[in-house]
Write a protein that binds this ligand. Structure first.
Ligand code: CHO
Length: 325
């Protein structure tokens, strides 16, 4: 499972937790403006917006899991099993394979409004990257530096583009159902609850935090959706980049999956492999990993963005203990 948020305390921070039981050897990958993007059914694009994110560098092709471009438009793909349907190539459409979707949008659109224009002519095709790398069933959240976001789902009845009023996404079920489910948590609060039960029963609030007692605590995608939305809406904001980035990671880590809690096979447990966030206003990429909670930073502006080869950084997965005596 995975969780994605856009958090807008002052600048706008966008990214995700990647939860899985296996790791692919993904890296921080910057695609500069003159890298040539080839598409299966569309003409190549040899000049585009530069982007940074987490990708698998597959023979110098960036298979992005999530990324943002230099204009402050970001996009995250999350697992959407049993619902995602990709289609056959359609005449008269922009036919884009699911693994080409992030480069196609981020290469050309600067805002969510521009992304929507591209989406109106897109057909997501079922082509695989390779026999070994089959298309995975995803849905996507797209956000920009105004704080606006949308969700794209390709279901059996076609492609849906939803405005996203909560600025987060997890996995199943379909996005409208996730939003509807929030109704069940309308009375969850950071404040101490009022006794609406009965004035004949004395309740003296035996513990702090009782207002959030009914937040769902599970690893499942509905629970994470409710929890991360609540935590984000109640998060403090600051004028300091460091404080805001720190708060951003607190929000994502509040739905992270500890090893051992989410069994997906006889000896396999899904866990939060990495959490990342891009400052969409500044093009600065931050991440933590399961074993390294120190916030690591890659600033895309420090690279030569007018070049043509992928720029990659291995993720720093080794944490440090600060011994004080
Ligand atoms: C499985 C994860 C999503 C995390 C998640 O929700 N997983 C757990 C679950 O719910 O089961 C998705 C997110 C991005 C996906 C990758 C990207 O789309 C890039 C690439 C695309 C290829 O078509 C397939 C491999 C490959 C490399 C994808 C493998 C599956 C990934 C890594």
């Amino acid at each position: 499972m995975c969780t994605s948020i856009i958090f807008s305390p002052r600048d706008h921070y966008f990214g995700r937790n990647l939860d899985l039981e296996v790791t692919f050897g993904q890296q921080v990958v910057i695609t500069p403006r003159d890298y040539v993007f080839k598409f299966r059914d569309m003409p190549k694009i040899d000049h585009h917006y530069a982007m940074v994110g987490i990708a698998l560098n597959a023979d110098s092709y960036p298979l992005y899991f999530d990324a943002a471009n230099e204009k402050g438009l970001g996009m995250v793909g999350l697992n959407y099993p049993d619902n995602a349907i990709y289609y056959d190539v359609k005449e008269g459409k922009d036919n884009i394979a699911s693994f080409e979707f992030i480069p196609w949008i981020l290469g050309q659109a600067a805002t969510v409004a521009e992304a929507k224009k591209l989406l109106s002519t897109i057909n997501i095709t079922k082509k695989n990257f390779s026999d070994k790398m089959q298309a995975s069933p995803l849905h996507w959240i797209i956000a920009d530096k105004t704080g606006v976001s949308i969700v794209v789902e390709t279901d059996a009845d076609g492609m849906h583009v939803y405005d996203n009023p909560v600025g987060c996404l997890t996995n199943n079920p379909q996005f409208p159902k996730q939003l509807f489910n929030l109704n069940n948590y309308a009375d969850v609060s950071a404040a101490m609850p009022k006794n609406n039960f009965s004035d004949q029963v004395k309740m003296d609030g035996y513990s702090r935090g009782l207002g959030s007692r009914n937040l769902p605590g599970g690893m499942d995608s509905e629970s994470r959706f409710v929890r991360v939305a609540f935590n984000k809406f109640n998060a403090p904001t600051s004028d300091s980049e460091e404080e805001n980035v720190d708060t951003y990671f607190h929000i994502l880590h509040s739905v992270e999956q500890q090893k051992g809690l989410d069994q997906v096979g006889p000896d396999a447990f899904e866990y939060t492999i990495y959490s990342d966030g891009i400052n969409l206003d500044k093009g600065i990429f931050y991440y933590t990993t399961y074993t390294n909670k120190q916030i690591n930073v890659v600033d895309m502006n420090k690279e030569d963005l007018d070049s043509s080869d992928l720029i990659t950084y291995d993720m720093l997965t080794k944490g440090k203990f600060n011994h004080q005596n």
